[in-house]
Design a binder for this molecule. Structure first.
Ligand code: ATP
Ligand code: MG
Length: 284
């Protein structure tokens, strides 16, 4: 099993190495990086490239580790017990009918090896990663209600993404292979744009990329635009049929890009940008 990129996803050499290292070590791949650098998409694409079904677990601030294993639906059981005459009370007797399997249970018991994405692990509280140490390490857990040990038939290929909102505990980090997706350089970004918009006019792409990196490099920006924002912006430029000349001034300084709301997402950044425009215009 080796990952070598896909037609829809531009993977740099070091990213491919990291994916293959995690496969070899049979450890989860912990992926960090700015929002919109393709962390979630990586899991989808690797799963597809290796022909594995992908199970996704999107973490929220209220998510508990136990929900990924199983939950016991006591409320349904109580209700069914009160309606017992419906099927002679058979369903209520078997507790297995009230165990709701979580993604880890599904991944462990799947017929074929699967990929498992634990997306945005840093959204959960600090105990969450600690609560999953044993499951990730030994690939097994115990269901107390049914007195069953659930063991992985095949080790799933685990992807864990984080936006760095919280530090992860050392014991958890020890069990992962780590990769930081660096913000794409100009050449990589060019390839990403080519994947999404094949056949886009070269001069428009290079003018748009120049403006994009100029905006990103503005000192003091609160929220830098990301890959996915560049793609949104290009889509708008295409829809509005905006030409390359509109994006770049003669002296190759930053011009006010149209539809800049796709790139800048708060009023401080907008006014910072406008100030810079104003200064440049006066310097000319
Ligand atoms: N390397 C890449 N190749 C192709 N498309 C990419 C790449 N990186 C990002 N994209 C585009 O950017 C979009 C956002 O990617 P994705 O949702 O995976 O980002 P993310 O890192 O998970 O962001 P967040 O942290 O906000 O969840 C994708 O839908 C895809 O269109
Ligand atoms: Mg994501």
């Amino acid at each position: 099993m080796k990952f070598s990129g896909t037609a829809n996803y531009v993977a740099t050499q070091d990213l491919m190495l990291a994916v293959n290292a995690a496969i070899t070590l049979q450890r989860p791949l912990l992926v960090k990086g700015e929002p919109g650098t393709g962390k979630t998409m990586l899991a989808e694409e690797v799963a597809q490239a290796l022909g594995m079904p992908l199970l996704q677990w999107h973490i929220k601030s209220t998510t508990k580790a136990q929900q990924g294993l199983y939950e016991y639906d006591a409320v349904s059981r109580l209700r069914d017990s009160q309606l017992a005459d419906i099927d002679g009370g058979q369903r209520v007797k078997d507790i297995n009918n009230y165990i709701v399997k979580g993604v880890l249970w599904q991944a462990f018991t799947a017929e074929q090896p699967v990929a498992l994405l634990i997306d945005e692990i840093d959204k959960a509280d600090i105990e969450f990663p600690n609560d999953l140490l044993r499951e990730i390490d030994r690939m097994e857990f115990y269901c107390y209600e049914t007195r069953q040990l659930i063991q992985a038939r095949h080790r799933p290929l685990v992807f864990i993404t984080s936006n760095n909102e919280k530090e992860l505990p050392d014991a958890f980090l020890r069990r992962c292979f780590f990769h930081y997706i660096k913000f794409p350089d100009a050449a990589t970004m060019q390839s990403i744009v080519d994947v999404h918009f094949p056949g886009l006019k070269k001069d428009l792409v290079s003018a748009a990329l120049k403006t994009f990196f100029d905006v990103r490099n503005l000192p003091g920006l609160k929220k830098k635009p990301s890959t996915s924002e560049l793609l949104d912006w290009l889509k708008l430029l295409l829809a509005e049929d905006i030409s390359a000349d509109t994006l770049q001034t003669q002296d190759h300084k930053v011009a006010v890009p149209p539809l800049v709301g796709a790139l800048l997402k708060n009023e401080q950044d907008m006014s910072l940008f406008e100030k810079l425009m104003y200064m440049q215009r006066n310097n000319r």
